[in-house]
Design a protein around this ligand. Sequence first.
Ligand code: PGA
Length: 256
Amino acid sequence: MKTPIVVGNWKMYTTLTHARQLAARIRTALHALSITAEQCTVILCPPFVNLAAVEEEIRGSALLLGAQNCWTESYGAFTGEVSAEMLHAVGCRYVIVGHSERRTIFGEDDILIATKFKRTWEAGLVPILCIGESLRQRQQHQTWHVLRMQLETVLSTAPDVKDWICAYEPVWAIGTGIAASPREIAEAHAFLRDYLCGVDYDHIPLLYGGSVNEKNCKDIFTLDGVDGVLVGTASLQAESFVAIVEQGMYAKQTTD
Ligand code: PGA
């Protein structure tokens, strides 16, 4: 296993005060446990308006900053949007691209996601590309086809992007409290690893996301081919998030 990666996606939660407190609590807890950046890559993705404050809270610590989305252009008349360059300037190192909530609620398609993916990279940030099938697609045995199509569109649009992270997030497992089973995760990761190796992206870390919590994460971290997790709900409590980080680190130490 490579250095485990744990991403906290705060979604549209936290006010400014809460975001500061949450980041400070996570920082303090990681410090108390002597968890370093070499042991676990921990990325916090607060809402846009709280990025600068969280950056201040985590500066000089092992924590890294990410955003949940960005627009496809560097600047311009795009009311309400935020560019990858702006995110870079505020201290972000990562951007989540193609989260299923962006795809389903905001109608983002693979082409738009591919453009954002490319833009993120050009701005000096690492894209965290989310892919995953819906329940209906799984029931209709289309999972592998969907995953392949989602990856193919992005990689053919942005062949120069070499450093990125892939998060397998079955839509039916996100925010439902029902994570995919270890077997389902292992199968999907084996399929994705095989696909990525075939197109010369074997170095890309593969995460799992969807109802990860401090109770189920150990079984997920120890699966072959899982390099880390993307956490939504459980990232909003410092205790549960830090417990996930701790178990990720432990899983790495014991599987090395
Ligand atoms: P969840 O969210 O952990 O609440 O299911 C996962 C995600 O944001 O992708």
